[in-house]
Design a binder for this molecule. Structure first.
Ligand code: PGA
Length: 252
């Protein structure tokens, strides 16, 4: 993806089945055939469905994504999936550091950075997720928290930091129906953009997505903000008509 092209990525989380995936992607691809997208589109699917979704997406412009990756290359790591394995299924993007991984699996900033490194080494673009909890926002710590999360990755990647995608996802907005206002989101995106630019001039053009209850109704205003380059969509990516409307909103 050329940087700062609009980018809409779906995050299916742990919601999938063979028939549901076929129905969802059938409707999505049909919609995109009628109205070809003006932006990059990807879906991040659960690991067991990589092969099925790779086949369903073959010949389309929709890119395959994963939701996580191991911080290790190979070996005795039961249950883990390596970046090279993702590569075998033509995965183009993988989320790292999603707040659900940080919260439920204790992922640290250092592990998130290691995962991003593994992905880039395999030719896969990491979508580095950052975001503050409600308590952190209320304590006025939002900027410091997202800066810490981003810096860990930028510092460990060095010049390669310009090759990632960043997703700002306030934890209090994920799956809650409570979206950050376009102004709140833009403010944090500008902080992230400044941080990237200060570390590496070429990283100023990294795409920064917003995520957290983005839907067909609120997408146009969020996507109109100067530093919001796209969306990472959970719930609304599971309904083809909603996801298609968000993709359409990225046309402007
Ligand atoms: P949501 O999830 O759109 O359902 O809030 C976004 C995400 O967690 O990536």
């Amino acid at each position: 993806m050329t940087t700062r092209q609009k980018f809409i990525a779906g995050n299916w989380k742990m919601n999938a089945s063979l028939p549901a995936n076929a129905a969802l992607l059938g409707a999505l691809l049909e919609g995109l055939r009628q109205q070809p997208p003006a932006c990059e589109v990807a879906v991040a699917v659960p690991m067991p469905y990589l092969s099925q979704v790779q086949q369903l997406l073959a010949g389309s412009s929709v890119r395959l994504g994963a939701q996580d990756v191991s911080a290790h290359d190979a070996g005795a790591y039961t249950g883990e999936t390596s970046a090279a394995m993702l590569r075998d299924f033509a995965v183009r993007y993988a989320l790292v550091g999603h707040s659900e991984r940080r919260q439920y699996h204790g992922e640290t900033d250092a592990q998130v950075a290691a995962k991003a490194e593994r992905l880039l080494a395999a030719g896969i673009t990491p979508i580095v997720c950052v975001g503050e909890t409600l308590a952190e926002r209320e304590a006025g710590a939002t900027d410091a928290v997202v800066a810490r999360q981003l810096d860990a990755v930028v510092q460990s990647l060095g010049a390669a930091a310009a090759q990632v995608v960043v997703a700002y996802e306030p934890v209090w907005a994920i799956g809650t129906g409570r979206t950050a206002t376009p102004q709140q989101a833009q403010q944090v995106h500008a902080v992230l953009r400044g941080r990237l630019a200060a570390a590496r001039p070429e990283a100023a053009r990294v795409a920064i997505l917003y995520g957290g209850s983005m839907n067909a109704a609120n997408a146009p205003e969020l996507l109109a903000q100067p530093d919001i380059d796209g969306g990472l969509i959970g719930g609304a990516s599971l309904k083809a008509p909603d996801f298609l409307k968000i993709i359409e909103a990225a046309r402007a």
